[in-house]
Unconditional design. Structure first.
Lengths: 496, 470
């Protein structure tokens, strides 16, 4: 019974959190956005005292329920493990193994140091919720998008406006590869040995494990009833039941309740603790699960059709549009609400939730080593539209604080820089002013290119004090592949 | 105004009345749109007659010209085999041409730039399969894209004559029945006309070609500045225009848009001089094939079985001096429908003309862009799909999806329909916000639409919808 309740809750949480990463319309966030906010590490980084206290109390009461129900990466592993147990050999494939405390606390220490040092990319690499977010965003979202596009295609033919097409694109190759590697590693570990990651690597698991040792309710083996048949141990995906000694390592137990159903003699019950079992196991092992680092500069290859513009003497046809290329920005751009690069770097767990919800194709995971997988802006596909504040609404970690559209219109995240040699006014000899026309801050005005000659071609002049760095000018600039105006980031955002 | 105001009833009330109207109409056939096909049984539309086409007599030669002329500007296109663009679907063109000839259509009008420069060849290929004396061929001197590029008069003359000779090759013809100075009146008006035809002696050349018989009728197609029209007619005694092509439909008759001049005047001037008129844009590029629900209903109420387009054709055909009414028919269904309308033509009654005038006045109240999708403005050097943007905007007007304020009853639905439909109709990179206002298109537009200004207007509206600031 308890197992079923756990499973049902887990599925509800898992599906909901997954949908947060898949739903690009933002509708799901309105109702279920809180599910991201109750994730442990983001809540901790956001200094969300209420949520952290709640999770601590939850763990002290029920054990690591969090790992079995709330954590999407945990539930994902349970699903893989469950599938694994459907095969012939997989049914009772687990066995007790002592805790690898050395690795556990080693990773935790490393993790804490990384947080303190502001090494956001390392934090993002290890944190469980972020790992799941990466997998959902990179490996599931494309299928969701394609499915949606199929429906949109059909809807279009049925004159329905229920579905609209969304662009499916790879935001960052390094992040994509990390997501695949994480997924494969976890899959293999889980398929063979259940929750190895949760009980050996995951720093959140280790912290909650410390608490769950003192949990009020926990599975307990009644030595009087136990026949030492080992069935519970072979069903325990956390490998934490030492049936010979009738002991359960509660720091690793994720309170999945599988053992309760497994025991044929009713020897295991989920009940108040009687006495604390001393769990000591010290087997230090030199380890370093550091995964590959990816070098920066792996830009997406943008196909550039080199078709010649057709002759002008005929009617009709469409000019070829070259894809925009990413300009080299000295300082990266992060969303309004992030406050500063420093805050972003310290708080962001790289979960990709903001990247998933950005409707303008602006946010993508960084490929720079020091901020790997953390979000940054670029404006080849769209710009940070004035009415949109989605990324600030969804961030569970406090890396992007909630801002209103009005506040956002006054937050300067960067400033526009004009690139003379690209400007069509000078290269094509046409009048333009599209940057000035679309600037929501009114920061761009057109001035004569030749001093004192009011009839000379007009070129843009950027008032860097008024520019908020939204990228409308860069995105809508007719110069291709590099815009004649681009946005350079600011380390600390300012209110203007 | 008073006259139209009484029609401003709310939708529900209107539909109620419409329902009652339709029943009444089906009982008593309204004069004008007599049920030509009644009695053929089967489908309501009936067969397409092969021998009832209305013909008009060309005063110069006495030849019979079908009142429905085939405009070859909108041939069906298909992706090119190498996947790089589009080519004309020649098989479909052959089918359309064969069908048109078999049903009495004998006038075909093309021009060098049409269909991205592919129209003449496709038209020639299709017509070559028929005897040369079974149809009349019209093409044009389209040197408006050559002029204004800094060519000397001699160079422009040479390039123009090259274009003229090339038309013979493309159409596989050794004479043209009708030849037009294409789109005079656009650009700067008189100076542009002088540059194109007078300063370089091109008109003299064409007059000689007429004498030599390679051009059987010489005329011009006119848009824009009326000074050009008046000037060319003032020298009619000299040039002896055999015909003039004008834009005539129930909108342009008294409510021409932009710089264009009311067709009522143009037609009267031609009638005065006994010059036959050839009608282009009778449907305003399809804008008159579907109107708002209210206007559609009012026409359907009178002639439930006739298409909305047929009204526009009957309007144009009602003028006795009109030699032929050109329609750029892409689809077989359009061709069939139009043949029905003209086989034979039922001229509009006085009452019907009044209804159409009222329709035009009502349409003026909508902020539609008078684009006919002629593609003359394309390709836009900055990649915009200008006609598609206008088409989407006009469609939303007709369907009532242009909200005026966020308090509108259907605001949410209309907003979604407009924005989702916009992304569907026009790829993001080809939308109005990418218009830089370079003004290169403006001189090409026969409707003298200030395209950049309209783009900015539409984009402003899109921004209002997106930012919800309506």
């Amino acid at each position: 019974m308890l197992r079923k309740i756990r499973a049902i809750l887990a599925i509800i949480f898992f599906v909901s959190v997954t949908l947060l990463f898949l739903d690009f319309t933002g509708g799901w966030h309105t109702w279920m956005g809180w599910m991201a906010k109750i994730q442990f590490l983001p809540a901790l980084l956001a200094l969300n005292v209420g949520v952290v206290a709640l999770l601590v109390v939850l763990t002290l009461l029920f054990g690591r329920i969090y790992c079995s129900v709330i954590c999407p990466l945990g539930v994902m592993q349970d699903i893989v493990s469950w599938v694994g147990s459907r095969r012939k050999k997989g049914k009772n494939r687990f066995s007790y193994s002592p805790a690898k405390s050395g690795i556990r606390y080693g990773v935790l220490a490393l993790f804490l140091v990384a947080i303190a040092a502001g090494a956001g990319s390392l934090v993002a690499l290890i944190a469980p919720y972020s790992a799941y977010g990466r997998i959902a965003q990179n490996l599931l979202a494309p299928f969701y998008g394609w499915g949606n596009n199929l429906l949109a295609y059909l809807a279009e033919r049925a004159e329905s406006y229920t579905f609209y097409e969304t662009e499916v694109w790879m935001r960052s190759l390094p992040t994509f590869i990390i997501a695949i590697v994480t997924c494969i590693l976890l899959f293999v570990l889980t398929w063979r040995n259940g929750r190895t990651y949760c009980n050996t690597v995951c720093p959140v698991g280790t912290v909650l494990g410390l608490l769950s040792k003192y949990a009020l309710l926990r599975p307990v083996i009644d030595p009087k009833k136990c026949t030492s048949c080992s069935l519970c141990a072979r069903k325990c995906k956390a490998s934490c039941i030492d049936y010979k000694n009738h002991e359960i390592d509660h720091s690793r137990c994720v309170a999945c309740m599988d053992c309760l159903d497994a025991c044929k003699h009713g020897a295991i019950s989920y009940t108040r603790r009687r006495e604390r079992a001393a769990v000591l196991s010290s087997k230090t092992e030199e380890q370093n699960p550091s995964r590959r680092h990816f070098l920066t500069g792996v830009a997406l290859l943008l196909g550039t059709a080199a078709a010649k513009a057709q002759e002008k003497n005929v009617d009709g046809g469409l000019a070829v549009i070259l894809d925009k290329k990413i300009p080299k920005r000295t300082t990266p751009l992060v969303p309004p609400g992030a406050g500063s690069l420093c805050n972003m770097n310290r708080r962001c767990t790289g979960c990709q939730l903001c990247v998933s919800v950005c409707p303008n194709g602006v946010l993508r995971p960084s490929s720079r080593l020091e901020t790997l997988m953390q979000p940054e802006f670029s404006y080849e596909r769209g710009y940070c539209r004035p009415e949109c504040t989605k990324c600030s609404e969804v961030c569970p970690a406090g890396a992007i604080r909630k801002v209103s559209a009005e506040e956002k219109s006054a937050i300067q995240i960067g400033h526009a820089v004009w690139v003379k040699e690209n400007c069509v006014v000078l290269t094509d000899g046409v009048q333009c002013g599209n940057c000035a026309r679309h600037c929501p801050a009114g920061a761009i005005s057109m001035i004569p290119s030749i001093p004192d000659d009011d009839f000379s071609p007009l070129i843009p002049m950027v008032d860097t004090e008024r520019c908020i760095g939204c990228g409308a000018c860069e995105n809508l600039c007719p110069a291709r592949p590099f815009s004649a105006i681009y946005v350079e980031g600011h380390e600390a955002h300012r209110i203007i | 105004m008073e006259k139209t105001d009484k029609h401003r009833i709310d939708r529900r009330e209107f539909l109620k009345r419409l329902g009652a109207g339709v029943t009444a109409v089906s009982a008593t056939t309204v004069a004008g749109c007599s049920f030509r096909d009644a009695g053929t049984g089967g489908s309501a539309q009936g067969e397409v007659p092969t021998d009832k086409m209305t013909y008009r007599i060309d005063p110069k030669t006495g030849e019979q010209i079908s009142l429905l002329g085939y405009g070859c500007m909108r041939w069906p296109m298909m992706p090119s085999p190498d996947g790089t663009g589009e080519v004309i679907d020649q098989e479909a063109v052959n089918g359309l041409v064969d069908y048109a000839l078999a049903h009495g259509v004998n006038y075909f009008d093309t021009a060098p730039p049409y269909c991205r420069g592919l129209s003449e060849k496709a038209t020639g290929t299709a017509l070559k399969r028929h005897p040369r004396n079974s149809y009349y061929l019209a093409t044009k001197m389209s040197n408006h894209r050559l002029a204004g590029q800094g060519l000397s008069p001699e160079e422009l003359f040479d390039a123009s004559v090259k274009m003229y000779r090339r038309s013979f090759e493309e159409l596989q013809a050794d004479y043209f029945d009708y030849y037009l100075l294409h789109i005079v009146g656009i650009g700067s008006g008189m100076p542009f006309l002088m540059e194109r035809f007078f300063d370089n002696g091109l008109l003299d050349f064409l007059l000689k070609e007429r004498e030599a018989g390679r051009i059987r009728h010489l005329g011009f197609s006119y848009h824009g500045d009326v000074k050009v029209f008046d000037y060319l007619l003032s020298r009619h005694d000299e040039f002896k225009w055999d015909f003039v092509q004008i834009q005539l439909n129930y909108m342009d008759y008294r409510h021409a848009s932009g710089m264009n001049f009311n067709a009522e005047y143009l037609y009267a001037e031609l009638e005065k001089r006994d010059i036959p008129a050839i009608v282009m844009e009778p449907l305003l590029g399809g804008r008159l094939t579907t109107l708002t629900n209210y206007l559609n209903g009012r026409l359907k109420q009178r002639c439930p079985e006739d298409s909305i387009a047929s009204w526009a054709f009957r309007f144009a055909g009602s003028f006795p001096k009109v030699l032929t009414v050109l329609s750029g028919m892409t689809y077989m269904e359009h061709l069939q429908d139009n043949i029905r309308t003209f086989s034979p033509l039922d001229p509009c009654t006085e009452e019907e003309l009044a209804v159409l005038e009222d329709t035009a006045q009502t349409m003026l109240k909508y902020p539609s862009v008078p684009c006919t999708a002629c593609q003359y403005c394309m390709p836009c050097p900055y990649g915009l799909n200008i006609p598609a943007i206008f088409a989407h905007y006009n469609k939303c007007i007709n369907e009532g999806n242009i909200p005026v304020s966020s308090q509108d009853e259907n605001y949410r639905k209309a907003r979604r329909t407009f924005l989702v439909g916009y992304d569907r109709s026009v790829p993001k990179l080809r939308q109005a916000d990418h218009c830089i206002g370079c003004d290169q298109c403006v001189h090409h537009c026969p409707q003298s639409i200030n395209i950049p200004a309209q783009m900015q207007r539409i984009n402003f509206f899109v921004e209002q919808l997106k930012q919800e600031t309506l």
